[in-house]
Structures are given as C-alpha cells and as structure tokens.
Design a binder for this molecule. Structure first.
Ligand code: SAM
Length: 256
C-alpha cells in the first residue's frame, strides 16, 4: 500500500509553485478570520504547521516576535521562503518536519496555526495532541481546514470526490468532529467560523494536473451526488463553467 505521507510529499513537491500563486491559498476572509482569532501579541512565538506556500506564516509573522514555519515537503519550504523574501517579511525560521511528530520541546509556542492542510494528515488526533504538547499554558491554536457535513454518508461522498482529484486528500472532518478531536487533546474549543469558497471545477482539477478522464469522472460523480451532498456542494453551471462550493471552518482553541 502507498504510504499516504510519501504520496502527499511527492504531490506537493510537484505543485509547490501553484500553491504559492493560488488565489484560494493567497488570502481571503478565512485567512483574515484566522488572524483575528489568533489575537497575536507582539511578544509571542508562533508556529505555522504545514505552511505550504507560506501565506499564513507571512500574515502572522509581522504580529509576533518569532515565527516558525514547518512543512514536510522541502520544495514547499523553498517556495515559502521565496515568497517571504518577495514580500519582504523577514525573520521566519523554516523547519522541515512532520505535523504528527513536531520537532519542538513541550511548551515552546504561544500560538500554533494550521491552514488548508489537516485533511492530508493520516492521524489528526496525533497532530492536535502534538499541538497541545508544544503550546505553552495559556497558548492558542487556530485551525482552518476544509470541512464536510455532519452526516456520514454525505461526508464520505465529499471526501471521495476530493480524493479522486487529489489522492493525497486523506479526510476532511465536520466542525463537530474537530471540536471532539480538540477536546480529546485537552484543549478548550472556542469560536468557530464557517466560510464557503466557490471553485470552478476545471481550475480546481487543473491545480492537481488531473487527466481529462478524471475531470469527466468528477463531473459524473457530481451528477450522481445524494441530496445531502448536493446541498453541501451546491453545484452550478455545466461543462467548462461548472462550479461548486468548498466549505471551510476556522476554529480557535486554548490551552489552560
Ligand atoms: C495546501 S498546503 C498548505 C497551505 C498553507 N498552510 C496556506 O495557508 O496557504 C498543504 C501543505 O501541507 C503539507 N503537509 C501535508 N502533510 C503534512 C505533514 N504530515 N506534516 C507537515 N506538512 C504536511 C504539504 O507539504 C503542503 O505544503
């Protein structure tokens, strides 16, 4: 069986520059909300897990005293470093490492962020347990990720649709499931905000170099979606103008 982490690393290495330039990743209301919920203080040390093209780390870095950006794909770290230089945001330390085994001592950070990445992690409980471990008492975790409906059948459809486009998509969770994971890690869940992003199916598939056959398969799947999945994804248009909603949650949690 393919190692899911090796597959994820391989795919992100191949598409690193697209993630730096992608409008969905570059910003938006969800990133603004993440920054708002972080309530960063100037003396804080922050960690951005699975930093990708570095958009979240670059948004948070000017607000804190120290910023560490971690990713397990060296090519993504190079791309993020390049973007931080282009934006003249200095002082970010780039670290190669795994979200599920953070290479930091207990109680190292005041703030941990993670945006648009956790659906790739094979074990999200291990990831949030690690976040809780590296946070200082009083520290804050702000998570942003794609989310799925609470209904298991519709959630499974949405995850399968995503995985067909990107085999390194492991599993997005509902906001209720995330709250449970956060609680089990010993953190106290706080504010939750939900966002919709309408994606053109063709552009979304192109970002992962899907073949024309896969795009056809995605269209067929969407046409056969159950009522619950259709309500969640709200597809519009046909052919090249077809689009659908990707839903995201932004959640804050505190370490007591
Ligand atoms: C879509 S990008 C992240 C986007 C970025 N956080 C932002 O705000 O634009 C997803 C990133 O997750 C990283 N990733 C996936 N699994 C990981 C893991 N287990 N540990 C660390 N990084 C991981 C990938 O290498 C990739 O760079």
């Amino acid at each position: 069986m393919t190692d899911p982490k090796a597959l994820s690393r391989e795919r992100f290495a191949e598409h690193a520059n697209e993630y730096v330039r992608s409008a969905v990743h570059a910003g938006g209301a969800d990133l603004e909300k993440l920054v708002e919920l972080a309530r960063a203080e100037p003396q804080w040390v922050a960690l951005d897990v699975a930093t990708g093209g570095g958009h979240t780390a670059i948004a948070v870095a000017p607000l804190v005293a120290g910023m560490v950006a971690l990713d397990f794909t060296p090519e993504m770290l190079d791309a993020a470093r390049g973007l931080s230089e282009e934006r003249a945001v200095a002082g970010i330390e780039f670290v190669l490492g795994d979200a599920e085994a953070l290479p930091f001592e207990d109680g190292s950070f005041d703030l941990v962020t993670c945006r648009l990445a956790a659906h790739h992690f094979p074990n999200v409980q291990r990831f949030v347990d690690e976040v809780a471990r590296v946070l200082k008492p009083g520290g804050r975790f702000v998570l942003q990720d794609q989310c799925v409906p609470g209904n298991t059948v519709s959630a499974t459809f949405v995850n399968l649709f995503d995985r067909l486009r990107d085999p390194s998509h492991n599993r997005a969770l509902s906001s209720a499931a995330w709250t449970e994971v956060i609680r089990r890690a010993g953190l106290t869940p706080g504010e939750v905000a939900l966002f919709d992003k309408r994606m053109a199916l063709d552009e979304w598939a192109r970002m992962q170099s899907c073949t024309p056959e896969t795009v056809t398969h995605l269209r067929e799947l969407l046409a056969d979606a159950s009522e619950g999945a259709l309500e969640w994804m709200a597809p519009e248009g046909e052919g090249a103008s077809q689009s659908f909603l990707i839903r995201h949650c932004v959640m804050a949690a505190d370490k007591q």
